[in-house]
Design a protein around this ligand. Structure first.
Ligand code: PSU
Ligand code: MN
Length: 301
């Protein structure tokens, strides 16, 4: 018997009447942003999805029970827990078995979105191939999930702390289309550009929806990645952010940070050293992606 998950009635209702639905993750709430900005941003992202008439479905695990579509009090409750598991594909089953609280990463959010027939998912930046991966073998399960689950992920590129060229290579190997939204380049999370050219570009939500549909009509079961540059006012030029990233990487190595702790450590290090600029960029891109994902989800129907 398959694992049961709870479905928010508003999500089921939206699907019944053919409204767009957008999945949202909870790792960014529990591990990616400091309180109280985390809960505020979660609500702001849900509101951004609603602008186009679409329905948000924030996904998380409440004391071992997976839920697709958290209520506002449930989001606050998850954010307030002391010991929230960062849930990828390897520890999802254990988190349920042990009845723990879990925040879903891109990987596990894609899993539940797929189970619940949600085709569009909005996040900040996906995980990917880490710098130094030839030694550490640290490659995010987000890429595994993109290879496995037919869900569109709208993001601001892979996080700039990663090895972006290697991340693009793995996506191509897995057959995941990477669509630049109004750009010919892979955005680099905090920065609008990376210097890495993309083959695919779409300029409207309808054009994105058409490419995704054509991909899935071929019978492919892989995901689709839509990459959207961070809004101009909050963007940080890559030359500026790069020194903070290099410093964060050195600090992570000095503290022997490994595995799932690497990404949250680097993000909070950079946020602390940039006087809030990195945090502002992160929040701006999360909301921007959620708004666009809402529009795309409506265009998919
Ligand atoms: N984007 C953000 N902040 C985050 C993340 C993404 O702006 O905290 C999270 C996502 O949930 C992503 C995870 O799936 O980081 C990747 O972690 P790792 O590199 O350990 O696979
Ligand atoms: Mn990792």
């Amino acid at each position: 018997m398959e694992t049961r998950y709870d479905l928010l009635p508003a999500v089921a209702q939206a699907q019944l009447i053919g409204r767009g639905v957008v999945a949202l993750e909870t790792t960014v709430i529990a591990h990616g942003l400091p309180a109280p900005l985390n809960v505020e941003t979660a609500h702001a992202c849900e509101q951004a999805v609603r602008v186009s008439g679409a329905q948000p479905a924030t996904i998380g695990i409440l004391a071992g029970q997976p839920k697709v579509g958290l209520s506002q009090p449930e989001i606050a409750q998850l954010a307030a827990q002391a010991d929230v598991v960062k849930v990828n594909l390897a520890n999802l089953g254990a988190t349920i078995a042990q009845k723990r609280w879990g925040a879903t990463t891109v990987a596990s959010t894609m899993y539940f979105a797929h189970r619940a027939n949600i085709r569009v998912f909005s996040t900040g930046g996906i995980g990917g191939v880490h710098r130094g991966a030839t030694e550490s073998f640290d490659i995010s399960a987000d890429l595994t999930a993109l290879a496995k689950f037919p869900v569109m992920v709208v993001c601001a590129g892979a996080k700039a702390i990663l090895d972006l060229p290697k991340t693009l290579e793995v996506l191509e190997t897995y057959g995941v289309p990477v669509i630049g939204y109004q750009t010919n380049e892979l955005p680099a999370f905090y920065s609008r550009t990376s210097g890495l050219k993309l083959d695919l570009r779409a300029d409207t939500p309808a054009a994105v929806a058409a490419m995704a549909k054509a991909h899935w009509q071929l019978g492919f079961t892989s995901g689709v990645l839509v990459v959207v540059p961070v809004p101009e006012p909050d963007a940080i030029p890559s030359a500026e952010i790069e020194s903070f990233i290099a410093e964060a990487l050195r600090d992570a190595a000095a503290h022997y940070i490994t595995g799932k702790d690497v990404t949250p450590f680097l993000l909070s290090h950079i946020a602390a050293r940039t006087e809030g600029r990195a945090l502002r960029a992160n929040i701006a891109l999360l909301q921007n992606n959620a708004r666009l994902a809402g529009e795309i989800s409506q265009a998919m129907n």
